[in-house]
Design a binder for this molecule. Structure first.
Ligand code: PRP
Length: 187
């Protein structure tokens, strides 16, 4: 059973809902009365999809959506800061786009740090960042998101989009995985 692999619930459905409502209200406020441009929520696959879907329905400001999928190159990433882009934004001109990059979690900070630079280089009108969860204790690059749902300790969390081996993304809450779930001793 999926739930039996969860040692404890870290962020409840109710808190996730409150976080989404708070962040959507702030984005609405921040983008109120801006002069032209398209507001684009850019979800980073795959972990962000659930949060992005909820955020979309809470935002009052009309917006569009895009997706990217990126990953680390491995050993060289630390020195070059380069990430491999598996899926890029599906539009060529970002000049009229105010982009809010949406993440499920920030860990080392490499993904968002790289993407902000990349999207600005691609000519985006503006770029800001939003994450449901933040693990500041894991940071390897100095990076702070514009909209942060909640800071969490360095625990193995799954649910609400976050996975372990592609499992648990469908859980409606964020939970801490039992060690048995990833050491193979679970039945
Ligand atoms: C996770 C998360 C972020 C990234 C954050 O993605 O969704 O995109 O890692 O880590 P960083 O701050 O160290 O760069 P993951 O690679 O697990 O892919 P997934 O979203 O498809 O599960």
């Amino acid at each position: 059973m999926t739930d039996s692999m969860i040692a404890k619930v870290l962020v409840t459905e109710r808190e996730i809902d409150e976080i989404g409502t708070r962040i959507a209200a702030r984005i609405d406020e921040d983008f109120k009365g801006r002069d032209g441009g398209r507001l684009v929520l850019l979800g980073i696959l795959k972990g962000s999809v659930v949060f992005l879907g909820d955020l979309m329905r809470k935002l009052k400001t009309p917006h569009e959506i895009e997706f990217m999928k990126v990953s680390s190159y491995g050993a060289g990433t630390k020195t070059t800061g380069q990430l491999k882009i598996h899926l890029d934004v599906m539009r060529s001109d970002l000049g009229d786009c105010d982009i809010v990059v949406v993440e499920d979690i920030i860990d080392s900070g490499r993904t968002l740090s790289y993407l902000v630079k990349y999207l600005k280089e691609r000519g985006a009108r503006s770029v800001c960042t939003c994450t449901l969860l933040d693990k500041p204790s894991r940071r390897e690059i100095d990076f702070t998101a514009d909209y942060i749902g909640r800071e969490i300790p360095d625990e193995f969390v799954v649910g609400y989009g976050l996975d372990y081996d592609e499992k648990y993304r469908m859980l409606p809450y964020v939970g801490v995985l039992t060690p048995e779930a990833y050491t193979g001793s679970a039945k």
